[in-house]
Write a protein that binds this ligand. Structure first.
Ligand SMILES: CC(C)(COP(=O)(O)OP(=O)(O)OC[C@H]1O[C@@H](n2cnc3c(N)ncnc32)[C@H](O)[C@@H]1OP(=O)(O)O)[C@@H](O)C(=O)NCCC(=O)NCCS
Length: 183
C-alpha cells in the first residue's frame, strides 16, 4: 500500500516544492505565482527553520508542502519582540488534493513546532480550512498585522506548552520579514 510520508524538506526537494506550489497556486494572469518566490526568499533568510519546512511525499513524489517560518510579535512596553511562527504557503499538487494530504502536512508542521517549544502560529487564509487545526480569529487574541483589517482570514493558533515553564503566547503587533511583502 502506498503511504504518505511526512518529513522536513531536504536540498533535493527545492525543485519539487517549487513545482507543487506553482501548480497549487497557478493563476492565468501570472507565469509563476508569488508563493514560489516567497518560499525561495524565506529559505535564504533568518526566518527559515529547517525542521519546520514540511513536505508530504506519496509514492516517492513530493505532493504537498506546509511551511512555518519565524515572525516576531512586538508588544507595548517590551523592547524585545517575542518569537512566533507564520504558516504558509500551504499547497498540495492538484492531482492529489482532497484526499487528506494538506491536513496531514499542516498537522505535521504544527506538531514539529510544538516539539520545538513554539507557542504561537499565525496564518492568513480561509477560516473554513484552518479552523480544523484549531485556528481562530487573531484580532480577538490581541494580534495585529497589515492584514488585521481583513477580519476572519487573519488567524492564530496557540500551541500547547512543551514544558511547565513555557512562556505565555505573545500578544501585540506581528512583524513579518521582508519576503512577505510580495504576497
Ligand atoms: C487548500 C489545500 C492546501 C488543501 O489541501 P487538500 O489536501 O486538498 O485538503 P485535505 O484533503 O487535507 O482537506 C480537504 C478539506 O479541505 C477543504 N478545502 C480544500 N481546499 C480548501 C480551500 N481552498 N478553502 C477551504 N476549504 C478547503 C475541503 O472542502 C475538505 O473539507 P472537508 O474535510 O470538510 O471535506 C489544497 O487544496 C491546495 O493546495 N489549494 C490551492 C492552494 C491554496 O489555496 N492554499 C492555501 C489554502 S488557504
Amino acid at each position: 500500500m502506498t503511504t504518505l510520508r511526512l518529513r522536513p524538506e531536504d536540498p533535493a526537494d527545492t525543485g519539487p516544492v517549487r513545482r507543487v506550489l506553482a501548480a497549487a497556486f497557478a493563476r492565468p494572469d501570472v507565469a509563476t505565482p508569488p508563493e514560489v518566490g516567497l518560499v525561495d526568499e524565506l529559505r535564504d533568510s533568518d526566518a527559515w527553520i529547517p525542521e519546520l519546512a514540511m513536505v508530504a511525499e506519496y509514492g516517492g513524489e513530493v505532493v504537498g508542502y506546509a511551511l512555518l517560518t519565524r515572525v516576531r510579535v512586538k508588544s507595548d512596553g517590551d523592547p524585545t519582540p517575542a518569537p512566533a511562527l507564520a504558516l504558509g504557503p500551504v499547497g498540495v499538487a492538484p492531482h492529489r488534493q482532497r484526499v487528506g494530504h494538506g491536513t496531514a502536512v499542516v498537522q505535521a508542521a504544527l506538531d514539529a513546532a510544538t516539539e520545538l517549544g513554539e507557542r504561537l502560529v499565525v496564518v492568513l487564509g480561509n477560516p473554513a480550512y484552518y479552523r480544523r487545526f484549531g485556528f481562530g480569529r487573531a484580532d480577538r487574541m490581541g494580534l495585529t498585522s497589515p492584514w488585521s483589517g481583513l477580519g476572519e482570514p487573519w488567524q492564530a493558533l496557540v500551541l500547547p506548552p512543551a514544558t511547565s515553564d513555557a512562556p505565555a503566547p505573545p500578544q501585540g503587533e506581528v512583524l513579518f520579514p521582508p519576503p512577505w511583502s510580495k504576497v
